[in-house]
Design a protein around this ligand. Structure first.
Ligand SMILES: C[S@@+](CC[C@H](N)C(=O)[O-])C[C@H]1O[C@@H](n2cnc3c(N)ncnc32)[C@H](O)[C@@H]1O
Length: 194
């Protein structure tokens, strides 16, 4: 109910009318090597379906930074998990640096990149490309293929799969191999070259 209520008031921020299905959560996390994912960030936690699955899978001693912009959801998730939940995903580089974390091994995003304001998407994607370890993995879901070209400009390898069992059906993007410095990062209608 809280998710639907938030969707009605903030549709461009929430981006979806229901939390992710178990099938979508599994598809997002199925190829992660949890033994090697010691430093993890989750962007756009919502009611915490992805957060709980990450916590269940992560190895002891691993560190998880969670971001959620909506205060009510943030407070709820913080009470439930005992974690500090950060607000804007644009703050990923700043929060990592404050926590003494150089690079992330795994970044999981549920952010609705194509409906967020362009400058927010640009800043978050820029932060991800700077914070992901060279051998790290970035997984995101979207309801369209619009981000494929942008991600292919940034990451060496982008795999996309379709998950039918979700409302609405979704595409999972699995990205590896961060861009070399100086390489054009953004392009097209959404982004400018860096
Ligand atoms: C599509 S929902 C996904 C929620 C949940 N992870 C799931 O899979 O069901 C996207 C979430 O991203 C949050 N969000 C949007 N913009 C954000 C931002 N700039 N920083 C952090 N969270 C953001 C929204 O409030 C919303 O809870």
């Amino acid at each position: 109910m809280i998710f639907i209520k938030k969707f009605v008031t903030e549709p461009r921020t929430i981006g979806s009318v229901t939390p992710s299905s178990p099938q979508l959560v599994d598809s997002m996390l199925c190829n992660v090597d949890w033994k090697r994912a010691a430093r993890i960030a989750e962007l756009g936690a919502g009611t915490g379906v992805m957060t709980r699955a990450i916590i269940d899978r992560m190895a002891p001693g691993s560190e998880l930074l969670v971001f959620e912009i909506e205060k009510e959801l943030r407070d709820m998730l913080s009470r439930e998990t005992g974690l500090e939940i950060y607000d804007d995903a644009r703050r990923l580089p700043e929060v990592m640096s404050a926590r003494g974390i150089d690079k992330a091994d795994l970044i999981v995003s549920s952010l609705p990149f194509t409906v967020l304001p362009r400058e927010v998407t640009g800043a978050v994607v820029d932060g991800i490309s700077r914070c992901l370890a060279p051998d790290g993995i970035f997984v995101a879901f979207q309801y369209s293929l619009h981000m494929k070209g942008a991600f292919e400009k940034i990451f060496g390898n982008v795999d996309v799969r379709f998950v039918m069992m979700n409302i609405p059906p979704a595409f999972v993007y699995e990205c590896r191999g961060a861009a070399a410095p100086g390489r054009p990062v953004y392009f097209g209608a959404h982004f400018q070259n860096k």
